[in-house]
Ligand binder design. Sequence first.
Ligand code: PMP
Length: 440
Amino acid sequence: RKLADQLGVSRNTVVRAYTELEAEGLIAGKMGSGRYVEPLPPLPAFSRVDWRSQHYEYLHASPSHMEELLSVTDRYPDTINFAHGDGGRHTIFESGLMEHVKRAAERSPSYFFTSVQGLPELREHLIKWMAFAQISSPDQVCVTSGSQEGLYLITTLLARQGDCIVTEMPTYFGSLQLFQSLGMQIIPVPVDRDGMRIDVLEGILARSRPRFIYTVPTFHNPTGSTLSLVRRKQLLSISEKYGIPIVEDDAYRHLHLDKEAPPALKELDLCGNVIYLNTFSKMLFPGLRIGWVAASRPFIQRMARLRELTISTSTLNQYALASFLHDGALRPHLARVTRQYANQAERMESHLRPLRALGLNYEKPDGGFYFWISLPEGMKVRSLMQTCHEAGVSITSGDMFLLREAEQPFIRLCYTHEDIDQIDAGMSILTRILSSQKEV
Ligand code: PMP
């Protein structure tokens, strides 16, 4: 009242002014003793940085393999592409999916959002597709924008910066880049013809506690190896013994050459320790950006909360895919493309066989998309890659799939992207370059 009198304003005006100052944190009030001015708490230390060039330590310390690989076709648009891991243009158009995209676009619901966990009818189709994997309810499935996003969500939920993650070595470069960018420590486990070396894994787990084991057990990228049934059972029993979840990335399961794949870890898992990850990027095409995660209901619920932060996967594409699956179009499509891929693999191998004489070595895969080829020691794989790009054929350098450069250089060749004529043309260029490098 005194202040109001001094200022010649009403008491209400003074009270309102105090209330506003208090709301802004400029004065403090105490019940019974009125309001008084107190020193403001110091602001947290803030050093001025240029936000345009601010670095996130791990993100920028990690190699940018994904961009490097994807930009190959921008830089060399006419390249014969053995670098990208996809089924090529012919599979996209032969699948008939585009007809379903058109149909989905004509159906108004596809213009709107759907459940963050994924379009319910698509999830229903996915659980039928995964009948093998003991997934019985759409609540156990979350649709993601490619399996890469699925892996990102899983990693964010299970691990924190500085935590350890076990993975095969070599492994899919996108997973390596992801783990490194999030500041995880990667514990590598070697791979042989029968997949991950479980004996080595046992030794590792006796000494450390990774947050999860990431594996591509079937038609592995890049080596093409498949985890044997015996090792699958050993891996599951270790995961149970130590209580460590397995993230099974099954991107290539349905893309076998001669023999079908052994049962998924998820199918053999009796304890619910396997988080299953798959994608339509390899069965159809990567631009669709649809993958999915299947796991226990509580885990998927947590994932959906995180998924919600980026809303959802393209509704239009989800409707198109649901319609494609509804028509039963996926199985005949896979039967057709796997026959085609078998021919392409055969053709690429016919060019690779003579290169053994130059010191190249490889195992023919049982499925998937790749030949993983070791080069003679001392060959400079990065400069080989550059020479190939300039000569019109793109290949992938093996060090993208490794934590550090191996003494034995490797390259990865994808046999599914190009048709037979292009395989002939590209392999002739590669043969010429390799032969000349050998002579030097
Ligand atoms: N996992 C593996 C093993 C892969 O090879 C790839 C793609 N090369 C992915 C995941 C990522 O696939 P998507 O396009 O579904 O994100």
